[in-house]
Write a protein that binds this ligand. Structure first.
Ligand code: PGA
Length: 253
């Protein structure tokens, strides 16, 4: 069975003390309030990861927001998947639209990053999503299909079974514009159908597909109730402990 997941993406926010403080609050609240089997994950700036991994215990897992595509070497300023794993992280976001947009990360590069993350025992949270233009001109299914085909459909079924997908329409990220639950469900069902076509229906059924883009405690319930939505990747609302934990609690029994 696929897992239900609520992952926070802090992006480039919070200094070290602020990060420790917010994370400690989140861990305590999740420990006290979570009732279901859902996983809570925080993807933090890399400088926070080592400390957070030690504070999270079995309650909140930790992820990085990016990794380099090579194992090691002369890549000044970069951080490898092995380093991320070595401090106790389990997850890494790959292909976030902000990495695609501001750091020119393309599908081919993201395929390499996915492979290196898997080789180092990290679970990639692989992001795909269309821009507003692509939504409006009706090309979004093709765009999403090529993001899948050129980045992660080269994986073996076994490796594909280890990744999590996040559908994040670029027009909904940080804008306050959430995809309606129908729009999100339509795309999630499409992604699952593509996975079934490429691999098989067992792989498709077992893949967790998260929604991201202005998800908050008010809209999470309706989004997560959709058949093919298995949780969320949460930006802004993950910077407030109450909001993030309320989204996690959306899955409470
Ligand atoms: P948002 O960001 O929730 O602030 O829209 C989501 C994301 O970028 O992962």
């Amino acid at each position: 069975m696929r897992k239900k997941i609520v992952a926070g993406n802090w992006k480039m926010n919070l200094d070290y003390a602020e990060g420790i403080s917010l994370f400690s609050e989140i861990v305590n609240m999740v420990r006290d309030e979570k009732q279901g089997e859902q996983l809570a994950i925080i993807c933090a700036p890399s400088i926070h990861l080592n400390s957070l991994a030690k504070l999270g215990g079995n309650t909140v897992s930790i992820g990085a927001q990016n990794c380099h595509q090579k194992e090691s070497g002369a890549y000044t300023g970069e951080i490898s998947a092995k380093m991320i794993k070595s401090v106790g992280c389990e997850y890494v976001i790959i292909g976030h639209s902000e990495r695609r947009q501001y750091f020119a990360e393309n599908n081919e590069l993201l395929a390499e990053k996915t492979i290196i993350a898997l080789q180092n025992g990290l679970t990639p949270i692989f992001c795909i999503g269309e821009t507003l233009d692509e939504r409006n001109n009706g090309s979004y299914f093709e765009v999403l299909k090529s993001q899948l085909e050129e980045s992660i459909f080269g994986l073996s079924a076994e490796d594909f079974g280890k990744i999590v997908i996040a559908y994040e329409p670029v027009w909904a990220i940080g804008t306050g514009l959430t995809a309606t639950s129908e729009q999100a469900q339509e795309v999630h069902a499409f992604i699952r159908k593509e996975i079934a076509g490429k691999y098989d229906s067992v792989v498709a059924d077992n893949t967790s597909i998260l929604y991201g883009g202005s998800c908050n405690p008010k809209n999470a319930g309706e989004l997560f109730a959709q058949t093919d939505i298995d949780g969320g990747l949460i930006g802004g609302a993950s910077l407030k402990s109450r909001d993030f934990v309320d989204i996690v609690k959306t899955f409470n029994a």
